[in-house]
Design a protein around this ligand. Structure first.
Ligand SMILES: Nc1ncnc2c1ncn2[C@@H]1O[C@H](COP(=O)(O)OP(=O)(O)OP(=O)(O)O)[C@@H](O)[C@H]1O
Ligand SMILES: [Mg+2]
Length: 312
């Protein structure tokens, strides 16, 4: 089965000379919920614009639904629902009328079923109650929902969502995550960008990590996380003693704080039980001890040697 999105050495240099995307080769398999992760300015929106044929790449190629972009835009785009930074809305129209307008611009959309389609899309993104209000009175999160509703008017093979939870409160973010899971279970491939690591981890089957226009890694989320080692956490009021004992046992300390020491998990030959025994024998009051499963954040830190903006 051909990938739903495939780029080869895709690059974009803006007119000012800035290389926003640098030799990106990306493969998005059919049926994936693919998280495109990267900090602000790492080239996510630029990549999405190239995928949607809105801007020309400087070099390299992009295929979407197995057709070349931007050349096949006219046949590809009707099969793709897209939400790209700052959806274009008419402020003087209500949310509902904006969707009716967008739907009537689609030559494949049956006018007889238009109202029902629009109502269903509004319902799906939680905007039914606010549908009659003018879009200019919408909050950022409501505008984002309306943009998403526009992408959902028709069933699509592929949804491309650029930071779909931007501007939403935690409840709204949860709703979008649930929606994305529902769409994926209907068989839609979802490509979504985010700068929130935990969001990608919660909803995505696959991910790619970008930094400064370059791809750091891509693959199934479980594999990316498994590449990292997780961490050992000891909670104790005797931090200095705990650090000393752990070091004696050959454990690499990552952080020691007020009442907590985090470290790399011990080498396989050191039993965790042995480690706790050593701590206790040295008089360390152990209040908590455990190894956390590696997260995408651990993988990211291992890749870049730095933290990631997980709080948003
Ligand atoms: N039209 C443009 N002209 C010149 N430079 C641009 C243009 N659009 C984006 N850039 C630059 O290209 C780089 C990548 O921008 P892009 O918007 O693709 O990043 P992003 O990953 O989407 O960031 P964010 O998380 O903030 O949305 C940035 O350094 C940005 O300043
Ligand atoms: Mg962006």
């Amino acid at each position: 089965m051909a990938p739903v999105i495939e780029t080869r050495e895709l690059s974009k240099r803006y007119r000012g000379g800035h290389l926003a995307v640098d030799g990106l080769s990306l493969t998005v398999p059919e049926g994936a919920v693919f998280g495109f992760l990267g900090p602000n300015g790492s080239g996510k929106t630029t990549t999405i614009r190239m995928l949607m044929g809105l801007i020309e790449p400087t070099s390299g190629t992009a295929r979407v639904l197995d057709r070349p972009m931007p050349r096949a835009a006219r046949t590809v785009l009707p099969q793709v629902g897209a939400l790209i930074e700052g959806p274009a809305l008419y402020g003087f129209l209500s949310g509902r009328d904006n969707l009716l307008r967008i739907d009537s611009a689609d030559p494949t959309a049956d006018p007889r079923t238009r109202r029902g389609r629009v109502a269903a899309a509004l319902e799906r993104v939680g905007l039914a109650a606010a549908a009659g209000r003018k879009a200019k009175a919408y909050s950022l999160g409501m505008k984002q929902r309306l943009g998403l509703a526009a992408a959902l008017l028709q069933p699509r093979r592929l949804l491309v969502l650029d930071e779909p939870t931007n501007g939403l409160d935690p409840q709204g973010m949860r709703e979008i995550r649930t929606l994305v899971r529902e769409l994926a279970s209907d068989g839609t491939t979802v490509f979504l960008s985010s700068h929130l690591l935990d969001e990608i981890e919660q909803v995505c089957t696959h991910a790619a990590v970008m930094a400064q226009g370059r791809l750091l890694t891509q693959g199934p989320v479980a594999e990316l996380a498994a590449g990292a080692r997780g961490r050992l956490t000891v909670t104790t009021p005797d931090v200095p003693d705990a650090v000393r004992v752990l070091k004696e046992q050959g454990v690499v300390i990552l952080e020691s704080g007020q009442e907590r020491v985090t470290a790399e998990p011990p080498p396989a030959e050191t039993d965790l039980a042995e480690l706790t025994a050593a701590l206790v024998a040295a008089g360390v009051r152990v209040r908590g001890f455990g190894v956390e499963r590696p997260s995408l954040e651990d993988a990211f830190v291992a890749l870049t040697g730095e933290g990631f903006d997980v709080a948003g």
